[in-house]
Structures are given as structure tokens and as C-alpha cells.
Write a protein of this length. Sequence first.
Length: 152
Amino acid sequence: MKIDKNIDSLEETKALAENLAKALEGKQALIVCKGDLGAGKTTFTKYLGKALGVKKIINSPTFTILKSYQMADGRNLHHMDVYRMEGMNQDLGFEECFEENAICIVEWPQFIKSQLPKKRIELSIFQKEGEKRLFSFETEDETFKKLLEDLA
């Protein structure tokens, strides 16, 4: 299943993240986030984290690879930027995060593709002019299909 959302502003990006956060309440989820540099992957993650009740400032974990934040419900939001993992075949224990009752967001997932569970939401962000973006959500998982239907 796939849904596309045309977004014209940062305010609309924030609203989309808030709607996704509502749909994810209490759920375990893996969201893999694709897009060119500057597409808005980290910006979307910041809005999603805030909507999930993260109090700390969310910034890109480009150099640390993984940052974890506590959400309002006490569970973790794991934010991974695996861009620096390109060409590496190291097992850094990501599966522990994926198996935890948490929400995980992975930027640049193509670099750890073999480590990713099949149960996930794939988000591709395509840049247009200015703040305009196309957000494309896709999943093959039945649980997440319902979630995306609600988001649509």
C-alpha cells in the first residue's frame, strides 16, 4: 500500500507529523526515511518526536549514528542516521532497537538494508521548490496498512 501527500509548507509538514504521531500512539514501529540531502528527513523527525512528547532537542545523529529520546509515554524514540555506514558490514546492534517496544526512525536505510525488518513503513521525501515536498508512505505490513489508511 502506498499513499502520497503533497506538502506546501513547514506548517503542513508539522501537521502531517502530528497526524502520524497520533496514529502511532502506543504502537511499536520502524520508519525508514529516504530522501536527498536537505529533503527534510530530520525536520520531519523533529516534528514527529515533539508530537510524541519528546522534550529534548532532536538533531541529526550523523556522527553518533544513533540517538534515543524518551517519549511522553515513557517509551523510546530511536533516531538513526546511518549515512556513514555506507560500505560497512558491521553489526552495531540495531536489531535491539528494532525489537524494542519503541518507535525507530532510520535515515539513509539503504546502507543497512540487510539489517532492517520487513515490518516497517517506508517514507520517501521528494524536494520540490521552496518548502514544497512530496511525502510518499509505503508498507507491505497489514498493521501499518490500516495506519496509513487512517493517515490518508
